[in-house]
Design a protein around this ligand. Structure first.
Ligand code: PRT
Ligand code: MG
Length: 240
């Protein structure tokens, strides 16, 4: 193992886009755009740091086995993976959303739960769903899906779905209603436990830069809150 060489695992889309500014804050530029290039290994301006592009749900696996030294993955993905072999030092507070239970309009979820009826739950997130309903003492039949969960209740495959919700637009477009939030979700930096020991000198400055970028983003969100409030007050005054 070359103790100088680092590999960072990212997924295309929101995680790549939201991680870029944090890398930039650490002085790192990725030299190719994964949306335009078909390459899966991307060089950076640091000759000893490369980025690999993998499926979001595969990031923990690459890091667990040391094929990547570190990566960025959603809490949803990490809970489903189980976290073996991973050190999770930083909540990057990016790709934020929530894990929720949703049902078809007209399905009385509270009544079904009160009745102790067996619920048919369709989801990609079987571990999270299993734990959630077990903690409520609700018996379920789990139906594993790999995508388009919103369809399941509409065609009678399930009573409820467990899925990620961000704006809520997908649920509305499919006449579904969010009935329970299970947890807030954001993405975390994950580090291979062996790499953390063997490549500490290379990794530590990057981890510090990520922490500093998170703190800065939180600080500027706080500072912009009053101005957002001012803007919405000005808008309200105009409308009155
Ligand atoms: O898409 P692919 O199958 O390759 O993998 P993926 O869906 O796991 O990857 P990606 O890139 O879509 O998501 C990566 C991570 O982003 C997830 O693991 C989450 O932690 C986080 N994230 C944040 C989201 C969302 N917001 C989100 N809205 N992941 C998925 N969605 C989907 C959701 O599943 C639903 O279908 O967007 C739809 C709902 O969005 P709204 O805005 O209509 O509510
Ligand atoms: Mg997706």
């Amino acid at each position: 193992m070359n103790p100088q060489q680092l590999t960072l695992a990212l997924s295309k889309g929101r995680i790549f886009e939201e991680t870029l500014p944090m890398l930039e804050a650490a002085g790192i530029r990725v030299l190719e755009d994964p949306e335009k290039s078909r390459k899966l290994i991307l060089a950076t301006n640091d000759p000893h740091l490369r980025v690999i592009i993998v499926r979001a749900s595969d990031v923990p696996t690459y890091v667990q086995y040391g094929a990547a030294d570190f990566g960025v993955a959603g809490k949803d993905v990490l809970l489903e993976h189980g976290g073996a072999g991973l050190y999770q030092p930083i909540d990057l507070a990016i790709a934020a959303c929530r894990m929720s239970v949703a049902v078809s309009q007209g399905f009385d979820y509270d009544y079904a739960v009160r009745q102790g009826a067996r619920l048919r739950v369709a989801t990609k997130y079987t571990e999270i769903a299993r734990q959630h309903f077990a903690s409520k003492g609700v018996h379920i039949d789990l139906i594993k899906l790999y995508g388009s969960m919103e369809l399941a209740p509409l065609v009678g495959l399930s009573d409820v779905i467990v899925d990620l919700v961000s704006t809520g637009n997908t649920l509305v477009a499919n006449h579904l209603v969010e009935v329970e939030k299970i947890m807030d979700i954001s993405s975390r930096l994950v580090v291979n436990q062996a790499a953390l020991k063997l490549k500490r000198e290379r990794l530590q400055p990057l981890l510090h830069a990520f922490s500093a970028a998170v703190a800065l983003a939180a600080e500027s969100a706080k500072c912009s809150a009053p101005s957002q409030l001012m803007q919405s007050m000005q808008k309200m005054q105009k409308e009155l």
